[in-house]
Write a protein of this length. Structure first.
Length: 408
């Protein structure tokens, strides 16, 4: 990725986890770019990248920018970027009135009352996983990966007997949908997983429509949600939003849990501080979200020419807002490269902003809070095991493949 006047800047996919150098330490690279260039251009991917907090926030809140990939200038560019050209019905790739309708309906179903009512069940799931882990265990594979899947499956209200199948389908779909470089076999298996999720959720919705059965879960919430003008979700839209939670919500929460625990174990006395004062846990979660977010950046598409800091960006081109770089901007927060759970005010853009701010943020925070509450209560002497760890090379994401802990 290179500006024509800046030959030393990173190029192309070097600003992703595919680059071992960037994967090991993305923050030094991003801090340097943020301090040296306002807008970075990649001619191959027709992409313009912004790093500064003020520019990232401007992009996130600009209502003239789009998220639907069909607005991209050239189909060949979309294919190079790994965009799925199938028409989705979820709010993730919706703009304007359609996005407003879908988001309004989802907020009615995915509300704080429903999430808080599920908190204690999430705690039970967490403890079941902690019980099953040995004295020394891989936190990512044994806790951070299965916990969000189990939580979302039960929150949706899917038959618990299908839990293991749903986890397999979800993992298959994640390997396909969240990795644009997935090989043909992975894509085929992932598409089958997506189809299985879609079919199972649609069957469950149709069963409830026929029987009138409405258990207090998220599927029922989506079925019953209405806008002020009486609009509702279609069956296809309910299935798409179930997929959205199972895929995007799954991977990001897993990655967040992993980097959060790593920071707590390796940054000063952070974990011991939580043991002494569990009231710090919400602040610790917020600081972990700021310090090492699971998503590097988010994209918007121009529907007309846009000028940022004197750089002209044509219609149909992508602007990538680097959330990670903005979070480490000294103008966003003091001492940005320090992990400090005692901050009085924690600002970040890890969940995006504007009309497309992540709707799953409250659930991710709830799961992380429950996890830390149970860890510090049950294992006050928890520490990192004397084993190597590794970051996942999946482009666009920041997460660990494995990270070992000792309970005592």
């Amino acid at each position: 990725m290179m500006d024509s006047n800046s030959p030393d800047l990173p190029r192309g996919l070097e600003l992703t986890s595919l680059s071992p150098t960037f994967r090991d330490d993305p923050f030094s690279v991003l801090n340097g770019l943020r301090d040296s260039v306002a807008v970075l251009e990649d001619g191959q991917l027709r992409d313009h990248v912004v790093f500064r907090a003020d520019l990232v926030q401007k992009v996130l809140t600009d209502q003239t920018l789009l998220v639907d990939p069909r607005a991209l200038a050239q189909t060949s560019t979309r294919i190079m970027r790994g965009e799925d050209m199938s028409v989705e019905t979820s709010m993730l790739h919706a703009d304007g009135a359609r996005h407003k309708r879908l988001r309004t309906l989802m907020l009615k179903a995915f509300n704080n009352r429903r999430l808080e009512a599920f908190r204690e069940r999430a705690r039970e799931i967490c403890n079941e996983l902690l019980d099953a882990a040995g004295a020394e265990f891989d936190f990512v594979q044994q806790i951070a990966r299965p916990m969000p899947t189990k939580v979302i499956i039960e929150l949706l209200g899917v038959d618990r007997s299908l839990g293991e199948e749903f986890k397999v389908w979800s993992d298959q779909a994640i390997a396909f949908k969240l990795n644009p470089l997935a090989d043909e076999e992975t894509r085929t298996i992932g598409a089958e997983g997506l189809a299985a999720i879609d079919r199972t959720v649609a069957d469950e919705v149709n069963r409830r429509l026929s029987s009138g059965d409405r258990p207090d879960d998220l599927i029922s919430g989506m079925m019953d949600a209405q806008t002020s003008t009486g609009e509702t979700f279609s069956v296809a839209e309910i299935s798409q939003h179930a997929q959205l939670l199972l895929i995007a919500g799954n991977q990001t929460t897993t990655d967040l849990m992993g980097t959060m625990v790593k920071s707590l174990m390796e940054q000063g006395t952070s974990y011991a501080d939580l043991v002494r004062d569990p009231a710090l846990i919400p602040s610790a979660v917020e600081e972990a979200i700021r310090f090492e977010p699971p998503i590097f950046g988010t994209e918007r598409i121009t529907q007309e020419e846009v000028v940022i800091e004197g750089v002209s960006i044509p219609k149909g081109h992508v602007i990538t807002a680097l959330l990670t770089a903005a979070n480490r901007d000294p103008k966003m927060v003091e001492r940005p490269d320090e992990f400090d759970i005692h901050r009085s005010q924690i600002k970040h853009v890890s969940f995006g902003g504007g009309a497309h701010r992540c709707i799953g943020a409250p659930l991710a925070k709830l799961e992380c809070e429950v996890l830390l509450q149970e860890m510090v209560r049950r294992f006050p002497a928890m520490k990192r095991a004397d084993r190597a760890y590794a970051y996942d090379p999946n482009p666009g994401f920041r997460g660990l493949e494995f990270y070992w802990l000792c309970k005592n």
